[in-house]
Structures are given as structure tokens and as C-alpha cells.
Write a protein that binds this ligand. Structure first.
Ligand SMILES: Cc1cc2nc3c(=O)[nH]c(=O)nc-3n(C[C@H](O)[C@H](O)[C@H](O)COP(=O)(O)OP(=O)(O)OC[C@H]3O[C@@H](n4cnc5c(N)ncnc54)[C@H](O)[C@@H]3O)c2cc1C
Length: 406
């Protein structure tokens, strides 16, 4: 395994660091306090489009889309993208500036991989240009959605249309005023074999019958402007050409969508953890309890050392998963993807927790990003599949490998 970054990735890392120094850091406090103000809920920070223009002009755009997607892609591998996503993870709001934010990235991959030319022109093109945003509607309040075969939303054929009924929640991105399109997972055939009952359809967010019931918060954060919505769909009617891939293929699409999305979250978690470590280390040099600075206390040095070890271990594991995805495909890399999804959020939580402890009261307020990082990392032990589901699948896969060798 060769983890030397390519020239292209190194150049982009340098360019991205410069962009952060010149355009992101100077406005970070302003952006974060804008979004923390309840009066600005679901409003976009006025400078967002200007920053997006600048990033696009510098070629720092859609970097997430692997080169396997041909003309749609700027041509990076997952391995080349990993350190770039890590940099973006340092500021929770920054991925959108580079058109690299969830859930749009996963939705763009779905449209690039499975969309018809008409669907791509209508929805993928404006998403790639950052003109609109999107949401992915799978999870439902009434059923245990960590098992996606449980979902109950119905997609019923009616002449040239499908009619959709169901309730979704935790639909990230749906609160954003720029969100125009949703991908809805439901069932077209409740009697088919378990993994062939589901289908996915494109539903414009302004379709009559689709209503946002309420925004949801994560430990009190509304994650504006994207947010997470609870959504009721009552007799929502869309034309049949809005179906993705084919009836009964929804589960297959979900499997294909979640691999890349998971690794992107893990890359960003490393950025969150790294920035937390830096904040913690910096603080120790001038905070002075009981007559000496924190950096002289053995327990504080251990907190920093353990954090550095965990971050580097996880970084290498993520690079290993990215490398395998590039070489043999997402399906073959599924065990490594499961491993990073199990490891990265908990690693980040450990590091952020230590940083909060070292900062004392300052660590839990809004003067540093640590509290919001903690909420974001904690929810990633659930979103895109809870830890236990990944552990169950990974354990099963490993047992199977050894059973075969006997
Ligand atoms: C902030 C946030 C954003 C999200 N964004 C989206 C989104 O954009 N679109 C979307 O569709 N969904 C989204 N989700 C939903 C998320 O993917 C689900 O919450 C997750 O899949 C778990 O489903 P559930 O909440 O129904 O939990 P349940 O299925 O009820 O599971 C509850 C718990 O049971 C345990 N459990 C489950 N399976 C096993 C097992 N095999 N072994 C042992 N224990 C088990 C786990 O501890 C799990 O947390 C988001 C969630 C959050 C919190």
C-alpha cells in the first residue's frame, strides 16, 4: 500500500489550505454566530454564494466525485480526496463552499450512477453547479430504520404516475431554502422478496402533498441552514419517469450510495479531531492552574499523546479504505468501510471530550467549535447506520472468511 499523496493531491491540499487561510478563517466567527442565532434559522449566510464562486474559480469544486464518474468528475481518487475532506472537516459549515457537503454528495453520486440523461440534466446538473441542494428520505419515525427493509412508505403505481404516502424524519438538508429535490425510498411491492420491495423516486420538494412537519435538532443545534426535517407525504404524485434505476432496485441503490458517504464523514471527523487536538495543545501552553502551565502536567500530556495516536491510527485506516475503494471498488472494500464507520466517530468523540476537559468551562460554550463538534461526532455513531449494525455486518463477514478456510 502506497500512501504517498500524488502531485495533484498535494497541489490541491496547498491550494485548499491557502483558501482556508484567506477566505474561511477570517469569516468563520461571523458565519458561526450567524447560524447560531435562532433568528437566522433556515436562512443562508449572505456571503455563501460569493465564497462558492471563489472556490469554483480556483478549481476547488466537486472534488468528492471520484474519477470513475468520467465527465462529471474533476478526476480525483478517494485517496487523493481524503486529505482535502479532512481539511473541510475542520469547519463544520465549509464543505458546502466547495460543493462537497452531505447529503448532496451522496445524492449526486446516485444521479451520476443511476440517473437517466433527462434526470441528470434536470437535477444532477444544477446540483453539480451548486445552484440547488437536496435531501435523502429513507428513515421513518414509526419503524426501526437501521434495518432499511422495515420502511413502510408506499409508492403505488397509478397510470403514468406513482402516488407516495408515508412519514419520514431526519431528512438532512430538507430545511435549506435551496433544497429543491428529494430522493425518497419507499416500497413498490410489499410482497416481493425482502430486498426487492424497495424503490427510489425523485420527488421535487414543492410537490403538493409533501409537507415539512417540523425541524429537528441535534443536542439543541438546528444545523441551519441545512437542518433535519420531519416530513409527511400524503398522496404525493410524481410521473413514472422520476423512478431511479427500476422498481425493486431501491435497496441496491441505498447500498451503493452509503459507502462513499460514510468515508466522507470519516475523513471530515479526522479534521474535527485534529482541530480539537490543536485547540487543546495550544491552550496548555498558557493556562496556569496551581502555579504551572497545563503542558507540564503528565495527565495533560497523556491526553494529547493518546489523541495524536488515535487520530493517526484512524487516518491510516481511512486511507486504507479509500485506497481499496479505488483499486477494487466499494463493494469489495465494504469491510474496511465498516471498520472506519465504527472507529472514526468514537475516536473523534474521545479526542473532543479530552479537549473539552482540558479547556474547562470554555470547552462547553460556543467560543470554540468543540461543543458543536461533539454533537456532530455523536450523531455520526447513528447516522448512516448505527455502530452496532456495522459491527454486526463486519463480524458476520469476518466469521464467514474464517469458516471458509477450514
Ligand atoms: C443528525 C442525523 C441526520 C440523519 N440524516 C438522515 C438523512 O439525511 N436521511 C435519512 O434517511 N436518515 C437520516 N438519519 C437517520 C439515521 O440514519 C437513523 O437514525 C439510523 O439509521 C438509525 O435508525 P433509527 O433511528 O430508526 O434507529 P433504530 O433502528 O430504532 O435503532 C435503535 C438502536 O438499536 C440498536 N440496534 C439496531 N440494530 C442493531 C443490531 N443489529 N444489533 C444491535 N443493536 C442494534 C442501535 O443501538 C440503534 O441505535 C439521520 C440521523 C441523525 C441523528
Amino acid at each position: 500500500m502506497n500512501f504517498e499523496y500524488t502531485e495533484k493531491s498535494l497541489e490541491l491540499q496547498e491550494k485548499l489550505k491557502q483558501f482556508f487561510n484567506v477566505h474561511i478563517q477570517p469569516v468563520a466567527e461571523e458565519v458561526e454566530s450567524f447560524h447560531a442565532n435562532p433568528k437566522n434559522a433556515w436562512k443562508r449566510w449572505p456571503g455563501t454564494e460569493d465564497l462558492k464562486e471563489k472556490a469554483r474559480a480556483e478549481g476547488l469544486w466537486n472534488l468528492f466525485l471520484p474519477k470513475a464518474y468520467g465527465a462529471f468528475s474533476p478526476g480525483l481518487t478517494n485517496l487523493e480526496y481524503a486529505p482535502l475532506a479532512e481539511l473541510m472537516g475542520r469547519y463544520l459549515w465549509s464543505s458546502e463552499i466547495f460543493n462537497c457537503s452531505a447529503p448532496d454528495t451522496g445524492n449526486m453520486e446516485v444521479l451520476a450512477k443511476y440517473g437517466t440523461p433527462e434526470q441528470q440534466e434536470r437535477w444532477l446538473q444544477p446540483l453539480l453547479e451548486g445552484k440547488i441542494r437536496s435531501a435523502f428520505l429513507m428513515t421513518e419515525p414509526e419503524v426501526a430504520s437501521s434495518d432499511a427493509t422495515n420502511i413502510e412508505t408506499s409508492i403505488v403505481s397509478d397510470g403514468d404516475d406513482y402516488v407516495i404516502n408515508g412519514r419520514k424524519w431526519w431528512s438532512s438538508g430538507a430545511m435549506d431554502p435551496n433544497c429543491k429535490i428529494t430522493i425518497v425510498m419507499g416500497k413498490t411491492d410489499f410482497d416481493a422478496p425482502r430486498h426487492q420491495q424497495q424503490s427510489m423516486v425523485l420527488v421535487p420538494i414543492d410537490t403538493p402533498g409533501l409537507n415539512v412537519v417540523r425541524p429537528l435538532t441535534v443536542f439543541g443545534y438546528n444545523d441551519s441552514p441545512e437542518g433535519h426535517a420531519e416530513i409527511q407525504m400524503t398522496n404525493v404524485r410524481v410521473p413514472k419517469e422520476n423512478l431511479l434505476l427500476g422498481e425493486g432496485r431501491g435497496f441496491e441503490i441505498a447500498q451503493g450510495r452509503l459507502g462513499p458517504g460514510r468515508i466522507h464523514h470519516c475523513m471530515r471527523l479526522i479534521g474535527m479531531a485534529q482541530r480539537s487536538l490543536e485547540i487543546m495543545a495550544e491552550r496548555t501552553t498558557h493556562r496556569k492552574p496551581f502555579g504551572r502551565t497545563l503542558d507540564t502536567y503528565s495527565s495533560v500530556r497523556q491526553a494529547i499523546a493518546k489523541s495524536a495516536c488515535q487520530i493517526e491510527q484512524t487516518r491510516l485506516l481511512v486511507l486504507s479504505a479509500a485506497d481499496k475503494m479505488d483499486r477494487v471498488g466499494n463493494k469489495e472494500a465494504k469491510d474496511l468501510i465498516a471498520m472506519i464507520k465504527i472507529v472514526a466517530p468514537s475516536m473523534a468523540l474521545d479526542v473532543i471530550d479530552r479537549a473539552i476537559q482540558v479547556l474547562g468551562g470554555k470547552g462547553v460554550g460556543n467560543d470554540t467549535p468543540l461543543a458543536h463538534f461533539y454533537a456532530a461526532a455523536r450523531m455520526l455513531r447513528l447516522a448512516d447506520g448505527p455502530d452496532e449494525v456495522h459491527m454486526s455486518q463486519l463480524g458476520k463477514s469476518i466469521i464467514k472468511q474464517y469458516a471458509q478456510t477450514r
